[in-house]
Design a protein around this ligand. Sequence first.
Ligand code: HEM
Ligand code: HEM
Length: 275
Amino acid sequence: MAMENMKQFLFALSAAGAFGFVAIIFVLRWVLHFKEGLAWDGGLAEFNWHPVLIVTGFIFLQGIAIIVYRLPWTWQCSKLIMKFIHAGLNLAAFIFAIISMVAVFDFHNAAKIPNMYSLHSWLGLAAVILYGLQLVLGVALYLIPVTPVSWRAAFMPIHVYSGLFLFTSVIAVALMGITEKLIFGLSNPKYKDSPPEAIFVNVLGILLVVFGALVLWIATRTSWKRPSDQILHSLHTNRGSEDNSKAGPALSELAEGANPEADGDVRKRNSKSES
Ligand code: HEM
Ligand code: HEM
């Protein structure tokens, strides 16, 4: 990665981290300061686990999981280790999402509120189910050693597309949930009268959108992709005792070529270790 490019990467990464972190602070302040706090008692404090776990887990952890392969300081780790980290973070995000679902269903049942009536709940449940499917397929294709390399390569564009699509959908569903909750929850003064809670939580929505935009930006720059293991390996063996300053630019040039959209020759050479 050339120096100029590295600066841009670090800027995008720290901005994503900062927006994600502040979004978590905002959702906690929302439920702890403006709302009923957190508890597991069938009441509104139990409902509050729903937004908290979605923002910290399903949005923040999933965002980190998506960009974890892009961190240049992990490129000397083996691809297998990185796959475990990517899969582990996605699994953690899924567990947070499941607990957040249990919280809202339990609250609805205790309060005798009907289940699954809103567009938010339909799209939300669909996203969680498809995310579970993506997780199972990801493990089956990329962690189980017997899966043919040709299948891995063939499914990679679908895996990346559906991963980015799910991440975007989850943020959209969260925005619907936030809006619903503000309309239901604010009565005196109402949402339309812009009480402080409404402004504060609208800002939470904006933070989530910016976090999503930054993660998508990082995950779609081909020049920031992890170079394939094969290239890294040959670089190590060719380099001998040369210092890193010489390997740096070479690595960046090779990394540019290592993306699957690059010319066919590079793609053929790398397809084995790409996935
Ligand atoms: C309800 C999913 C984010 C607010 C629900 C239900 C599901 C769901 C499946 C229906 C529960 C039932 O019928 O018993 C999701 C998913 C989210 C998400 C997958 C993230 C992508 C949020 C956020 C909020 C929120 C951030 C903000 C407070 C609500 C509210 C309800 C609800 C108010 C009750 C009304 C309704 O059923 O639509 N959610 N939710 N949700 N959610 Fe979310
Ligand atoms: C890459 C999403 C689960 C293996 C990606 C990318 C996304 C993604 C968006 C593109 C990242 C990039 O271009 O830098 C997801 C989601 C998952 C999930 C949302 C869970 C719901 C898994 C699992 C595995 C896996 C369980 C198993 C190891 C991979 C591999 C890559 C990848 C090998 C290619 C990395 C590279 O280009 O160097 N995933 N993934 N994924 N994912 Fe997943």
